[in-house]
Structures are given as structure tokens and as C-alpha cells.
Design a protein around this ligand. Structure first.
Ligand SMILES: CC(C)(COP(=O)(O)OP(=O)(O)OC[C@H]1O[C@@H](n2cnc3c(N)ncnc32)[C@H](O)[C@@H]1OP(=O)(O)O)[C@@H](O)C(=O)NCCC(=O)NCCS
Length: 188
């Protein structure tokens, strides 16, 4: 898939503009480093960047993921301001899990943009695109049970709670939630 041509758009939210989802690019590195300085993000996300060098590697990994089709990641941005600069407000990703028809989703929102439904709006746009353009039929979303904000994102994006997963330390020290969304069957 050509990462340079895919752009998804969300609706606006109360007091917040519509969002654009497009492939991560090297120009995002400074804002990515800044977003990853946040302790809350570092608490819940496993693959972190620490500086410009690790951020550059991470961006390159996301771009390679598009080329292989294994990992389709979007920077979530607010439209260009008068000075022409975009603000990166989040990240959503679709990870292929070895089946032809399903995948797993993930997301984070930069600290300054939280509470404006960035993640649920971006996740809904990604989900619709995955069902209609990629023809996937099921998407899974996993989060730690104690991550209440992430659970709200799942609910607001229409992902039904499917199962409570047992802890499996050391990788998964807490119980988890598996949420799932299925594509609507085609009209008869
Ligand atoms: C979870 C997360 C993605 C939510 O993103 P968001 O764009 O703020 O989403 P929303 O605005 O819909 O808020 C979701 C919930 O976050 C909480 N929240 C709201 N404002 C918040 C703020 N300023 N700071 C922290 N949490 C806030 C609320 O519980 C909200 O639920 P509500 O709408 O029922 O009140 C974001 O908090 C985040 O990036 N957390 C760290 C990374 C993470 O946990 N990723 C998911 C891993 S599975």
C-alpha cells in the first residue's frame, strides 16, 4: 500500500477540530520525542522513544510496516495552523496478527490533547477504513484492566468487551481486557 497517498479524516468534536490521519514522517520526530516525555504515556506504552535517534528509528519502523503491510500506523494531526505547522496529537496503528481477515489496533494521545476524543475519533476512522478498504472482518483491542481511559476509548469506538484475560507476568503483570469489533455483514 502506498503510504504517501492514504489520508483519513475524522469528524470534529465539541471544541476540537476534525483530525487528519496520515503516515508518520521524519518531520514528526521532534513532536514524537516531546509526546513520549509524558509519564502517563510511558506508563502504558511498551515501545517508547527516548531521543531524536530512537524516534527516527521508530518512524522508520512505522514506514517499513506500511511497505510490508504488517503494521499500518498513522500520525493523528490537527490541521495546519496559520503558520503552516501541523500539530501531532496522537497515534493509531493496525497490527496484522497472522490472519488474513483480522488485526489488532493500538493508540495513544499526546498529553496536551487528551480529553478531546482524539483517540476514539481516530480509532473509528481507522476501523471504518480497515473494514471497507482492507476488507478485514474483525479487529481486536487489548488494554490492561486498570487502564480505565483506554477502556473508555474502546467503548466509545464501538469495541465490545469480549473477555477478561488473566495476568501473564512478566510481560503482562496485570489482567487485561480484550475488546472486539466485527464488520457489519453486507446488506442482503
Ligand atoms: C487512553 C488515551 C489514548 C485516551 O485518549 P483521548 O484522546 O484523551 O480520549 P478521550 O478524550 O475520549 O478520553 C478517554 C477517557 O480519558 C479520560 N480523560 C479525559 N480527559 C483526560 C485528560 N485530560 N487526561 C487524562 N485522561 C483523561 C476520561 O476517562 C475519558 O473518558 P470519558 O470521555 O468517559 O470521560 C490517552 O489517555 C492516552 O494516550 N493514554 C496513555 C497511553 C495509553 O494508555 N494508550 C492505550 C494503551 S492500551
Amino acid at each position: 500500500m502506498d503510504k504517501s497517498t492514504v489520508a483519513l479524516r475524522t469528524e470534529a468534536a465539541e471544541g476540537a477540530p476534525a483530525l487528519l490521519l496520515r503516515a508518520w514522517a521524519p518531520r514528526d520526530i521532534p513532536q514524537l520525542v516531546e509526546a513520549h516525555r509524558d509519564a502517563e504515556l510511558r506508563r502504558w506504552i511498551t515501545t517508547l522513544v527516548h531521543d531524536e535517534e530512537s524516534a527516527a528509528r521508530w518512524v522508520q519502523d512505522q514506514r517499513s510496516g506500511w511497505d510490508s503491510g504488517e503494521r499500518i500506523a498513522f500520525a493523528v494531526v490537527e490541521p495546519a495552523a496559520a503558520d503552516g505547522g501541523e500539530t501531532v496529537v496522537g497515534h493509531v496503528v493496525l497490527k496484522r496478527t497472522g490472519t488474513a481477515t483480522s488485526a489488532e489496533v493500538g493508540y495513544w494521545t499526546a498529553a496536551a490533547a487528551r480529553g478531546r476524543a482524539v483517540a476514539p475519533r481516530a480509532l473509528r476512522a481507522l476501523t471504518d477504513w480497515a473494514f471497507t478498504v482492507l476488507d478485514l472482518t474483525r479487529l481486536d483491542l487489548l488494554h490492561r484492566t486498570d487502564n480505565a481511559a483506554s477502556c473508555r476509548v474502546a467503548e466509545k469506538a464501538g469495541y465490545r468487551l469480549e473477555a477478561v484475560l488473566p495476568a501473564a507476568p512478566p510481560a503482562f503483570p496485570e489482567t487485561g481486557h480484550l475488546h472486539t469489533r466485527a464488520a457489519e455483514p453486507p446488506a442482503p
